[in-house]
Design a protein around this ligand. Structure first.
Ligand code: DLL
Length: 432
């Protein structure tokens, strides 16, 4: 299969990519204006018609779309095609408010699976591989997306879904899985379980495709060392299609966006004005190739920066840097902006396993942050003095990274509930 799943597309010239995007944008703006009253109203309110949009340079004239719009339009009001043309829905876990639902035509699914297939090939996969898909299946996009991509590449696909670690490890060893797809926190848990069962020599994995939640470079190295694999980042969101919107190649220098389907922008989250390449801001997507549920200028709330320089791998599609947090999961503690990923970086640098939880509270009108982090079984047998010393070391490191005091508690191995999907890293009691 070579190094690319769709070489001509993945290595197309920038002129070609821009042509796809300009044409795609004109087409999608016209489609939604004519077929989706919700969009037409938004565009009318912004005083813009399809005639005002000549190329991607006109994007700033178009109104943004947010999760609130999706909730308001739930379930059918943003559909751009009649129901009879749609063949599938997927949805977010929807912990607050209404669920977000995405609709797909046959072509939409095809495009989604192409993105996932590109990710698998970029991670070194081909038709000789055995791909264990341990993302959840069902409404969540992780399982179905990677499953479809794996079929397209011609890999033997193990549709495991998440959970049941004993069964995961049995299939992984019996069938000789070579590529693992799951959340980074579950990969970390599987690595721990493999170590405990002393079955590392039975594991044939060479690569992992991990995403759906924030993880740090330190966590990547930790998983790579423990599983003896190369770990690749993959990004996506239900609203746009699911995993495979962007994916990493062997260079591990950012994730290539499937720019033949999606038009990315980075905007300043406060002013909402576009920022130049290389500057950090909020990622915004226009999914111009989508048929059933195209979104225009959708604010992801994810923070990153973009580069359009050609990658050493030969791919020309723009790359986003590893996600740096969300505008809304940023915690403000004593007036300081804190991202859970910063805490994770410190913990891993200090040799702590990646299972941790931040508990934020407000005591006597003052914010408090407690970091509970599990010890490794080896540390657990250390003396109380050693454990206290380690706690102090982490308190100091957090203080110099964040500028605020956080209480650190090393807790027993396995005492923090394991997640089989996305990890719950923050308990913010201030909101309750
Ligand atoms: O998490 C889709 C997905 C499945 C991506 C499997 C990758 C692998 P949602 O449940 O809609 O969709 O959540 C989307 O998750 O806006 C980000 O905040 C976060 N996210 C996704 N991938 C990454 C990543 C899926 N690689 C939301 N790094 C997004 C950091 C990620 N955050």
């Amino acid at each position: 299969m070579g190094r690319y799943f769709q070489e001509e597309i993945e290595t197309a010239s920038r002129e070609q990519i821009e042509k796809w995007q300009n044409e795609g944008l004109l087409d999608v703006v016209k489609r939604v204006y004519e077929n989706v009253p919700y969009y037409r109203k938004k565009m009318e309110e912004a005083g813009v018609t399809p005639d005002d949009i000549k190329s991607a340079a006109d994007l700033p004239k178009l109104p943004f779309l947010t999760k609130d719009d999706l909730r308001e339009a739930y379930p059918y009001d943003l559909m751009a095609l009649p129901l009879k043309d749609c063949v599938r829905i997927q949805s977010t876990s929807g912990t607050t408010g209404r669920r977000v639902v995405d609709f797909y035509t046959h072509n939409d699914i095809d495009m989604w699976e192409n993105g996932c297939a590109r990710a698998i090939v970029a991670a070194g996969g081909d038709d000789e591989d055995v791909v264990q898909v341990s993302y959840g299946y069902g409404l969540f996009t992780g399982g179905p997306g990677l499953n479809g991509g794996s079929h397209k590449v011609g890999c033997l696909t193990l549709p495991m879904s998440s959970g049941n670690t004993d069964r995961q490890l049995q299939f992984m060893t019996d069938l000789g899985a070579t590529i693992l797809c799951c959340t980074p926190s579950y990969a970390s848990y599987l690595a721990e379980s493999i170590h405990e069962r002393n079955i590392k020599d039975k594991i044939k994995l060479k690569a992992g495709i991990f995403g759906a939640e924030a993880w740090s470079e330190e966590m990547r190295h930790d998983i790579e060392d423990r599983l003896g694999i190369k770990a690749y980042d993959i990004y996506g969101l239900t609203e746009i299609e699911g995993p495979g919107v962007a994916f990493e190649c062997a260079e591990q220098e950012g994730m290539h966006i499937c720019e033949d389907y999606f038009l990315p922008e980075i905007v300043d989250p406060d002013t909402l004005l576009p920022v130049p390449d290389g500057e950090i801001g909020e990622l915004v997507f226009t999914s111009f190739a989508k048929e059933a549920f195209p979104l225009i200028r959708y604010r992801t709330k994810d923070i990153t920066y973009i580069t359009r320089e050609k990658c050493k791998c030969g791919r020309t599609h723009a790359r986003i840097h590893r996600l740096m947090g969300r505008t809304d999961d940023m915690l403000i503690i004593k007036g300081v902006n804190v991202y859970p990923s910063q805490v994770e970086e410190v913990l891993i640098k200090h040799g702590m396993p990646s299972n941790y939880q931040l508990v934020v509270d407000r005591v006597n009108n003052s914010d408090t942050m407690e970091v509970n982090v599990e010890m490794t079984p080896e540390m657990f047998s250390d003396s109380v003095a050693d454990i206290t010393k380690k706690e102090k070391e982490i308190v100091n490191a957090l203080k110099s990274m964040l500028g605020i005091y956080a209480k650190v508690k090393l807790v027993e191995p396995k005492s923090i509930t394991r997640s089989e999907g996305k990890a719950v890293r923050v308990i913010d009691k201030r909101k309750i």
